[in-house]
Write a protein that binds this ligand. Structure first.
Ligand SMILES: Cc1cc2nc3c(=O)[nH]c(=O)nc-3n(C[C@H](O)[C@H](O)[C@H](O)COP(=O)(O)OP(=O)(O)OC[C@H]3O[C@@H](n4cnc5c(N)ncnc54)[C@H](O)[C@@H]3O)c2cc1C
Ligand code: FES
Length: 269
């Protein structure tokens, strides 16, 4: 629970307002887990673990507010960040042979971690990547280097399918049988993914984001309405059907003050 103070080995510019921070440290995480990242004097925030080897792990951080902006502006190679974790319930694929992953924007890092581990364990992995433009697509070459089948969709048609990544998921599910669908990205996208998986009788695992403070199940900040399920502990990965049981899934989340907010950041009364 005490942060490890780790030196940033490298910073990679991935695209508009997105940077990857490389740490030389073996985390031994499970796919879909996250760490808490502490920038002293600013904040401590949750981040998914992306690319990972026995001696290195990557965090890919999009500028979304005060802490992420401060990390982008001030943290350079050689600087230090506090890291706690790994935490959370991971993606699982025991006994599966053929799986399909759907990553939207900054939800792609945990999909990369899952693809690394699943391909190493001999699974056949297809990844569908969605982004606003071709510049917002993350890790296409890394997925290819792992031997994954890669399909892309962009909102503006600058690369791949012109439209939503869920359009290509529907076509893939019509053509092929997958043991499970995995997804991380905007919650509205994940809601469609879960419903499509249900329509095609496929199991589905989703990774949710909720406001977190402790990250390990003590403070109650990240509880989902009605069930009290803690996203930092029983999540962030949930079975798709379980996610759908929650009235807030795809509709709203709670901010630091516990108020309801839409995914556009507007308060809901
Ligand atoms: C399990 C998990 C994994 C995540 N993985 C990634 C990732 O790989 N890459 C990435 O770019 N982002 C990731 N996020 C989102 C990231 O934590 C927020 O974007 C970040 O906390 C924003 O902090 P801020 O101070 O810059 O923004 P703020 O100005 O504080 O807020 C901007 C938005 O971020 C959300 N946010 C702020 N603080 C927290 C917090 N402590 N916990 C959860 N949400 C918060 C707010 O609800 C708001 O919608 C993840 C979130 C969770 C819960
Ligand atoms: S963040 Fe404290 S219980 Fe989840």
């Amino acid at each position: 629970m005490t942060p490890l103070v780790l030196t940033v080995k490298d910073v990679i510019e991935e695209g508009p307002l997105v940077k990857t921070y490389v740490f030389q440290h073996g985390l031994r995480s499970k796919p879909g887990q996250f760490v808490m990242v502490w920038l002293p004097g600013v904040d401590e925030i949750p981040m998914s673990i992306g690319w990972e080897t026995d001696t290195e792990f990557h965090l890919t951080i999009a500028e979304a507010g005060d802490c992420t902006k401060a990390i982008h502006e001030t943290v350079k190679p050689g600087d230090k960040l506090g890291i706690r974790g790994p935490y959370g319930n991971p993606f699982t694929y025991k006994d599966y042979k053929k799986i399909i992953l759907v990553g939207g924007g900054c939800g792609t890092p945990p999909m990369l971690n899952l693809a690394q581990k699943a391909t190493k364990d001999g699974l056949d992995v297809t990844i569908l990547l969605g982004g606003r433009t071709d510049k917002h697509l993350l890790f296409e070459e890394k997925f290819k280097s792992l031997g994954c089948k890669v399909h892309v969709a962009t909102d503006d048609g600058s690369k791949g399918h012109h439209g939503y990544v869920t359009d290509i998921l529907e076509k893939e599910l019509e053509k092929n049988q997958y043991d499970c669908v995995y997804t991380c990205g905007p919650e509205l996208m994940m809601q469609i993914v879960v419903k499509l998986a249900q329509d095609f009788n496929s199991c589905c695992q989703v990774s949710l984001e909720r406001y977190m403070k402790c990250g390990f199940g003590i403070c109650g900040q990240c509880c989902m309405d009605n069930s009290g399920l803690r996203i930092c502990k029983e999540g962030p990965v949930l079975d798709g059907k379980r996610a759908l049981e929650h009235p807030e899934f795809g509709k709203y989340k709670r901010n630091a003050a516990g108020e309801m907010e839409g995914f556009d950041g507007c308060k809901i009364n």
